[in-house]
Design a protein around this ligand. Sequence first.
Ligand code: NDP
Ligand code: MG
Length: 377
Amino acid sequence: MRGIAILGSTGSIGKQAIEVIALHPDRFFVTALTAHKNAALLFEQVRALRPALAALTGVEGEVKIPEDLGFCEFRFGRKALEDIAAQAPGQDVLAAVVGVAGLKAVMAARKAGKRVLLANKETLVAGGEMVMNACPEGTLLPVDSEHSAIFQCLQGAGPNRFEQILLTASGGPFRTWDKEKIKSATVAQALGHPTWSMGAKITVDSASMFNKALEIIEAKWLFHARPEQIQVVVHPQSIVHSAVKFRDGAVIAQLGAPDMKVPILYAMSYPERLKTGGREMDLFQVGTLTFEKPDEEKFPALRMAYEALRQGGAACCVLNAANEEACYAFLKEKIPFGRIPQIVADTLQKHGSLPAKNLSDIDRADALARETARSLM
Ligand code: NDP
Ligand code: MG
């Protein structure tokens, strides 16, 4: 039995994690749950799963807890996320919160010796070097579908290093739009992802392709890849979840229906594979798989990821912070879609050379980037 703490249990990944855990009660149990503000759903989850700990991290001060939940200890406020990550009983912490808010919790989990199952890619983008230094082999398992795919492709590679990572991307809802039309896309259009159903932030990131930019950086850290070894491949069907190429030209890919339950459960049960209860891929129904080069003119986010990686230091943290600010401003209809990459580029230019040796460097770069990004709106 593995005990799992779910940070961000009320989100898209969190809810799917609960569904797969419910399929395997003989294998997993939930030790802790956190939501940011969604108290109603958190209470419902606590009632059903009976964790020892729970938190509402976006609520400072106490909230009235339903009487029947007296068996669970509730915490409140931002700091509760780190505390729960470190103190939850059990071995595993699933980091499924959105944004860089997850970074300190991941570090706290590692300090307490927990294995981290990482969906929260912003953590690795902002604090890549520091996080990887805290995560010896086997203590950080990817949940992001592409990175899980790469991880799966590398099982059985033995001493062979990959030559190239082929990081697939659906291309998002604006893949076939022209550059000018994309600039004035509405929130509803950006939220209409063709193949995946996800939280709002990652859905907008998929439309701007900042999601793929973050994933390039995530792949660099997780697989110790050089930036030039990572090739984004646009694959609109989202069936090939990524691939790796070896020295002899062999390409090993991982395929399946676009269903996050597969990578979520694989991280939990690794190296074993268990039933997810999800739909299975039918190659006859899929019929055709297509692949395209990404258009960096339409989606400058990709180029920015490589630039930030080359720059090193806190550049990726700055890219992430500026993108978070721009993404939420777009969701609140404060800026047009086309401003997102401009704001990130301008913020990167101003703060891209800051250092990122430790948590306080990263905090500072994150705060400065946010301030600048906001001032640009
Ligand atoms: P959602 O927006 O659906 O859920 C986010 C979760 O985090 C909710 O539980 C939310 O609580 C909580 N939360 C929000 N803001 C904060 C904060 N500042 N501090 C602590 N907790 C917070 O996101 P997703 O599930 O879509 O994504 C979660 C992470 O997983 C992201 O980093 C995303 O990039 C990554 N990911 C997601 C995929 C997907 O298919 N959804 C695929 C691959 C990666 P509340 O409900 O109370 O607001
Ligand atoms: Mg992904």
